[in-house]
Design a protein around this ligand. Structure first.
Ligand SMILES: C[S@@+](CC[C@H](N)C(=O)[O-])C[C@H]1O[C@@H](n2cnc3c(N)ncnc32)[C@H](O)[C@@H]1O
Length: 392
């Protein structure tokens, strides 16, 4: 073997001979790219053996299935171009393709790690994230037969995606995983779709000792959700009536606020920081507070002349300031899209993870000041809250 084509032929041969176990591609030529790895296995999809690709991004996995021929073309496009390392595992040998900075290609092979090919049933593991379905029926997401209701496809996808993200965050964070009990509070839980799914995932799928509380202003939703929790035997899930900003937050490891309206997201972040939560996860909703103040005298001012662009700019500035304030309180923070825009427009997620790293609070707060100055903002609501928040 001495060309990428030889490596592709090896893959094809192992598929034909049923010795293919899996293929991984890593070391993206662009080190800053968010796509870090591609994991490829075979799966039985619609009665046909196909390649199932998992594109592993920094913050999410995207799965795509390809018929064998198209999958090989896809591998050809990625191999040696986007990705410089590929590991092919077969039941006969393991093969490594490696390209170095000078463009030199090297192949190695070694004794097979695996002696058996994995089952090719279509991977249903994502569906097993959610163990019980009765609450999804009670909430009107699934029908009586357990199928997704016609108009609830987007919501269902959002629920599954959200649970997948939490799964990743918790598994990467032993401080959270080891909490007994693991205390989770969902601020602005609404009808509780995501709160129920999260509880189901934590307690029934992951077998964690978890206590989950949903906080919501609307009394009718509290009653509905508590009834469904009781009927589902979700004993450590409860819903409480409360305003986020004056809710007396108990000890909390994971604080969540998904699509809490406008500054309710800031109230939730402030509560999470104050409680020293290990993880603060929020998906902001509307961003009105900054929009009223924002102006710009610089070369960026034209952006603010167009309504929708001003709105987006306000969103970006608001969420950047939220992320910076989290960083300023020792939270390593990521901002990413958690579901494709075709399922919801409100798809930005801010995740702050408490860390013991050294951080320069003054530097982050200065960045907030710089942004405010640039956009003529007097005060971001979260900033004001933090001034009056006593930290533990
Ligand atoms: C858009 S819904 C989102 C519900 C749920 N988190 C989800 O993502 O499916 C926002 C919910 O937050 C509640 N809410 C808004 N502001 C709140 C506040 N300050 N305190 C408590 N609940 C609030 C609203 O009543 C509403 O049910």
């Amino acid at each position: 073997m001495n060309t990428p084509k030889d490596f592709i032929d090896k893959i094809q041969e192992s598929v034909t001979n049923d010795t293919f176990v899996r293929l991984t591609m890593s070391r993206n030529a662009d080190r800053l790219a968010s796509l870090k790895k591609v994991l490829i296995k075979l799966a039985l999809i619609k009665k046909e053996i196909q390649f199932s690709f998992v594109f592993r991004y920094e913050t999410k996995d995207v799965t795509k299935n390809f018929p064998i021929k198209n999958g090989l073309d896809e591998i050809k496009n990625l191999l040696g171009h986007e990705f410089w390392i590929a590991n092919l595992f077969t039941t006969q040998r393991d093969f490594v393709f490696e390209k170095n900075k000078k463009g030199k290609i090297r192949f190695r092979n070694s004794a097979a790690t695996f002696t058996e090919v994995p089952q090719k049933r279509h991977d249903k593991s994502k569906q097993h994230f959610l163990q019980k379905t009765n609450y999804l029926q009670a909430l009107g997401i699934l029908n009586a037969n357990g199928n997704v209701q016609k108009d609830k496809g987007d919501k269902y996808k959002q629920i599954k995606k959200f649970v997948e993200i939490i799964d990743g965050l918790i598994k990467k964070n032993p401080q959270v995983l080891n909490q007994k009990p693991l205390r989770v509070v969902d601020m602005g839980s609404g009808k509780g779709y995501l709160t129920f799914a999260l509880y189901d995932y934590l307690v029934n799928t992951s077998k964690l000792d978890a206590q989950v509380i949903g906080v919501e202003i609307r009394e009718n939703l509290i009653e509905l959700c508590n009834n469904i929790a009781t009927n589902s035997d979700f004993n450590n899930l409860s819903f409480e009536k409360g305003f986020i900003n004056n809710y007396d937050l108990p000890e909390t490891d994971v604080l969540i606020a998904l699509h809490a309206c406008d500054t309710a997201t800031d109230d939730a972040i402030a509560k999470g920081i104050q409680a020293n939560a290990e993880l603060i996860i929020c998906a902001p909703c509307c961003h009105k507070q900054i929009r009223k103040q924002i102006k710009n005298e610089s070369s960026l001012s034209s952006i603010l002349n167009y309504g929708i662009l001003k709105e987006r700019q306000a969103e970006i500035v608001t969420d950047t300031i939220r992320a910076l304030i989290l960083e300023a309180h020792g939270y390593k923070t990521k901002v990413f899209e958690f579901i494709s825009t075709e399922h919801t427009g409100k798809n930005v997620m801010i995740v702050g993870q408490k860390s013991n790293h050294d951080f320069d609070k003054t530097m982050y707060l200065q960045k907030v000041e710089d942004l405010k100055k640039q956009f003529g903002i007097q005060e971001h609501y979260l900033e004001g809250l933090m001034k009056h928040t006593a930290l533990k």
